[in-house]
Design a protein around this ligand. Sequence first.
Ligand code: PMP
Length: 354
Amino acid sequence: MSKFFSAKYAALTPYVPGEQPKDAQYIKLNTNESPFPPPASVAEAAKAEAEKLHLYSDPESALLTEKMAQVLGVERNQVLMTNGSDEALNFAFMAFCDQTHPIVFPDITYGFYSVFAALNGIPYKTVPLKEDFSVDYRDYVGIGQNIVIANPNAPTGMALSVAKIEEIVKSNPQNVVIIDEAYVDFGGESCVSLIKKYDNLLVTQTFSKSRSFAGARLGFSIGNEKLIADLNTVKYSTNPYNVNRMTAAAGYAALCETEWFKNNCAAIQEARTYTAAELKKLGFTVLDSKTNFLFAKSDKISGQKLYKKLKERGVLVRWFNAARIEDFVRITIGRKEQMDVFLCKTAEILEEEK
Ligand code: PMP
């Protein structure tokens, strides 16, 4: 730390992204990326835009926003496009939370929530997941504080129904409820339609997973037009050109690829069902996932050891050194043949442990 670093950040522990090793070729099942590149039309759209890189992007991302609103069945002023959904979440923390408006979220969830809170000086409280790792919606009903819930949750993969989300939103009318739907396209239920009924609901989604855009950085928020106007105030006070030209053009092209999108999500779900069944045959406990990853544990090997041994064999999964989940590993769903390598190496490792 330099002697110049602001005291307000001195105690900040930054978010730790999943490892992106450069030393070797791994089967990467550790950062919930899509194993499939986006369709050709997306790369073409980005390439065409590359010739205009000397010009700023449209701060409104107008064409993309219009198209996104149309796809979602909402109004244009109910959508804000962002640089990944991490930016959408940070804008929401900045806009709606402060010393006197703390935020509540599950104890086991996306690691960035506590970082955004710390970064912005926002007090936060966590609510323990149930014994079976589910979110009990009743813990949040009438809690009277801002809330963020990943639905489906990460790293568990488990989802809540829209009816339960509605109970949370309805019972906290004086607070903003942020529902992070980063993984919703893989079998979860989206609560986007509720934004027309409730002025305190903000939904965030991303192109990173189901549209294969992790490296392009594109996300969005959907909510009542007044919430979106507030987010815009924050955006225009931090980074007006938050979505670059190539990503905006690529995003528009991606939204036109309806069939590709459907097939892509279906392929991941099929590989997930297959992998979960095979892991269960190997004796793993596998949580019920509605995402592009599985959260699984074996009573024959610790999570850390399995992670290490898989890495030695060229397969990367994610292990979290955190209470209650240290026995688990999180496995991103890749292509079927990648999952077969993962399963084969896992079986080999378990055999060695006998
Ligand atoms: N929410 C959750 C629950 C996530 O796991 C992620 C991915 N790390 C994000 C949001 C942010 O993803 P992105 O910024 O790539 O849209």
